[in-house]
Write a protein that binds this ligand. Structure first.
Ligand code: ZN
Length: 133
């Protein structure tokens, strides 16, 4: 018979599995997306439970934070979030220069953004102007 304890243990194992997978996949995708840019230094990567966003970028430490829930999305949606964050290295705000850069590196970003927001991941609605950064 399954007990509450078994259930909690299974949940914990599943979370650990996702986190391990997220570490591997996000690192790989960051390396791949980084080469779309002319930046010299690859940002560090941190995976967190983020309640209000898929990702964020911290200039002070040159670090990209990604929501661990993003591992449930497809590779192209993961890439979209990573490329969005990489654009923040050059432009902190969501201004026209930011979107010009995003457009040049990922022309289909708008479709990906909509798909990700409409997906059933239960994640946050991202990148309206006050949620990222
Ligand atoms: Zn942003």
């Amino acid at each position: 018979m399954k007990t509450k304890k078994d259930h909690a243990r299974a949940k914990k194992l599943l979370e650990e599995w996702y986190l391990e997978k997220a570490n591997k996949v996000f690192s790989e995708r960051l390396s791949a997306c980084f080469f779309l840019f002319d930046y010299k230094e690859m940002p560090a990567l941190a995976i967190r439970k983020l309640s209000k966003r898929w990702g964020s970028y911290l200039h002070k430490t040159n670090k990209i934070f990604l929501n661990q829930e993003l591992i449930k999305a497809s590779t192209r949606h993961i890439d979209y979030v990573i490329i969005h964050e990489l654009c923040h290295i050059a432009h902190r705000q969501h201004n026209s220069a930011f979107y010009d850069l995003l457009e040049s590196r990922l022309p289909q970003w708008e479709t990906l953004k909509t798909e990700l927001e409409l997906s059933l991941l239960g994640g946050p609605a991202i990148y309206s102007d006050n949620t990222c950064l």
